[in-house]
Design a binder for this molecule. Sequence first.
Ligand SMILES: [Zn+2]
Length: 456
Amino acid sequence: MAAHPLDDATGARYTRASGLMTGTLVFRRVRPIDPAAGLESAEEMDVVVEGGRITRIGRDAAANLVGAERGVRFVERPGAWLLPGLVDLHAHLREPGAEGKEDIASGLRAAAAGGFVDVCCMPNTRPVNDSRAITEMLIAKARAQNGARLHPVGAITVGQKGQELAEMADMREGGAVAVSDDGRCVTNSQVMRRALEYAATFDLTVIQHAEDHALTEGAQMHEGAVSSRLGLRGWPRVAEDVIVARDLLLTEYVGARYHVAHLSTEGAVRLLREAKSRGISATAEVTPHHLLLTDEAIGLYDAACKVNPPLREARDVEALRGALADGTIDCVATDHAPHGVLDKEVELAEAAPGIVGLELCVPLLLGLVRQGVLPLSRLVTSLTTAPARIAGIDPPSLREGACADLVLIDPAAHWTIEATRMKSKSTNTPFLGKKVQGRVLMTLCEGRSLHEDWEA
Ligand SMILES: [Zn+2]
C-alpha cells in the first residue's frame, strides 16, 4: 500500500500519539489473527504490549515475564482471538445537532465496546460538516475523550444541497478523510463529475449514497412482493443501480476514487464487479443488517427495520454475502444510525430510518463465519485494512513495533443482545433479544484500555 500523502504531514489529521501507556500488558496464549500480517493460524501465542506498542508476538514470547516484576498485567483467556483494532468507515455520531440520540463521547464509547478504534463520522449533522471549522471541532472533541480515534467525513456539497462543491481542500487540511453527502445522493451528474475531479486532486475518496430520489419519493421499504402485500410505497433496487452505474462511468471517465456506501442490491454488485474487472478505482461497503435481514423482517410494520437503503430480498442478501466473501465488496461498515424512541415508535411512514451498529457488528457477523458464508480472514480484512485504505488512514496492525490498537474477542461466549448493556445513547436495532455468540472482551487503542467486559 502506498503511503498516504498526509501520513507525515503535521496537519490536523488524527495521527496516533506515541507511548501514552507506560506499563506492560501481556496477552497470554491468545490466537492472533491479522491476515495483513500473515497471522491466520489457530496457534496460541503471546503478545506483549509495552509503552503503547506491540513489542513481541510469538509462542511463549512472554514466558520470561511470567511471575516477574510488578507492573505487568496479564490477560489470559484460552481460545480468545486477538485482532487489530477495527475501523468503521461509516457512522453517524449525531454531534452537532442531535446529541440526545448520540454524541461524540457516547458514540466513541459504543465504538470501543464494539472493538472499533477508528471511526469515520458522516457529515449529515446540524449544521452539516461542510467546513474546516466543524471538522476541526469534531476532532478536538474526540481527542478530549481519549477514546477511539474520530475521522470526520466532510460534505461533498455545501449544506449537502447537491449544488455547490464544499471546500474539500480546507476540510482535508482540517483532518477530513473522505467526502460524502450521505443521507442524500449527489444526483446531478455535472456536480458529481466535478466532485470526483476535485476530490481526486487531493486523493480523497468520494463516498456516494446511491439513491435516485425521484424514484424513491415517499418510499418506506424495498419495492417488491412484501411492500405490495403491506400496501406500502416501495424503494426499488433500480434507484440504487442507476446511480452506481452512472457514477462508475463518471469515475472511469475522470479517474478518481469512488466508494459506494451501504451497497444493497444484486444489480449494484454486478456493476461493481464488472467495473473492478476493468480496473476502475471503485470500492464499496456493506452493512451488517443488509447481510443478515430481508424485507420480510419489516413484518408487521416494524420501524426498527426501517433503514435507508431498505432491507432487500434473499437474492440480494446472497449476492452481498458472495461479493463480500470474494472481495468485490471491500469492507463492512456499520452505518451506525442512532435514533430515539420518539423517532421509531411511530407510524412506519413517520419513522426515521436507521439502525445502531457499532456494538453489534462483530457478534452478528461471526454468525456468518460459523455458517461458512464468510471466511474469518475476510471478515477481519473487511473491518481493518480494507476500510483504512479507503479512508487513507494507517490500518491497525498486529506486528511487532506497531501501535497497540487491539481487540480481544471471545468467539465462544454466548449472550443475548439487550438495550441495557449498550453504551450508545440509542438502542434502535431489530436485533434486541437475539442470542449471539462471540463477544468483545477488551479494546485497546494506542495501548490504552478503552473497553473491558469480562463477564461470562
Ligand atoms: Zn446513506
